[in-house]
Design a protein around this ligand. Structure first.
Ligand code: 5GP
Length: 202
């Protein structure tokens, strides 16, 4: 049995990571596709858990060898989802959650047209600014840049199958859960079951 694929994108400050953490905690059949990245690990991040942290040479050689389902440059670092990671999870019947930027979202939607895609919108740009400011990790100029990038990301939201607005975290988590539950019921995701029933000898 193959698991379903769920692409989730959102601008920074929309609360995407918190939503995904809760979804994965609530639903044992969902796992996060661990991306490769060339950026340095942040405090507390673990290799093989948050990301596979690799050097630029290794990343480039994976690109040259067609090892990625998609890859992109985000904030001057390389990020990519390897085909091996998708296969590792989906072949076990596990539902794979991709957390990617809009470039990754577009590429994955093209490669896997049956994948569910969800864009998480912030309730307002003022709220994004507040969240970025409260985080206390960026200066005013960086916050301005992140806000501008957020607008570019949000402009692509209509390309996704579902939109979840994160004005209330519990509701947003439950809506993403609803999407996953509904997507599991799509006939395209039941093909193996249909085949087995037709072939079953009684
Ligand atoms: P961060 O460095 O803060 O963990 O992630 C920065 C951005 O890169 C986020 O928008 C995140 O969704 C995106 N990202 C993480 N992994 C991937 C990936 O494998 N592919 C793409 N295209 N974007 C990714």
């Amino acid at each position: 049995m193959k698991g379903i694929l769920v692409i989730i994108s959102a601008p920074s400050g929309a609360g995407k990571s918190t939503i995904i953490r809760q979804i994965l905690g609530n639903d044992p059949n969902c796992r996060f596709a661990i991306s490769h990245t060339t950026r340095q690990p942040r405090a507390g991040e673990k290799d093989g858990v948050d990301y596979y942290f690799v050097g630029r040479d290794e990343f480039q050689s994976m690109v040259a060898n067609d090892r990625f389902a998609e890859w992109a440059v985000v904030h001057s670092n390389f990020y990519g989802t390897s085909l091996a990671e998708v296969e590792r999870l989906s072949s076990q019947g596990i539902d794979v959650v991709f957390e990617v930027d809009y470039q990754g979202g577009r590429a994955l939607m093209r490669r896997f047209p049956d994948a569910a895609s969800i864009f998480v919108l912030p309730p307002s740009m003022a709220e994004v600014k507040r969240r970025l400011t409260d985080r206390g990790t960026d200066d005013a100029e960086t916050i301005e840049m992140r806000l501008q990038n957020a607008r570019i990301e949000i402009a692509t939201a209509g390309e996704y199958r579902y939109i979840v607005v994160n004005d209330d975290l519990d509701r947003a988590v439950s809506q993403v859960g609803d999407v996953i539950r509904v997507e599991r019921l799509r006939s395209i995701n039941r093909a193996a079951m249909i085949r087995d029933l037709v072939a079953e000898k009684v």
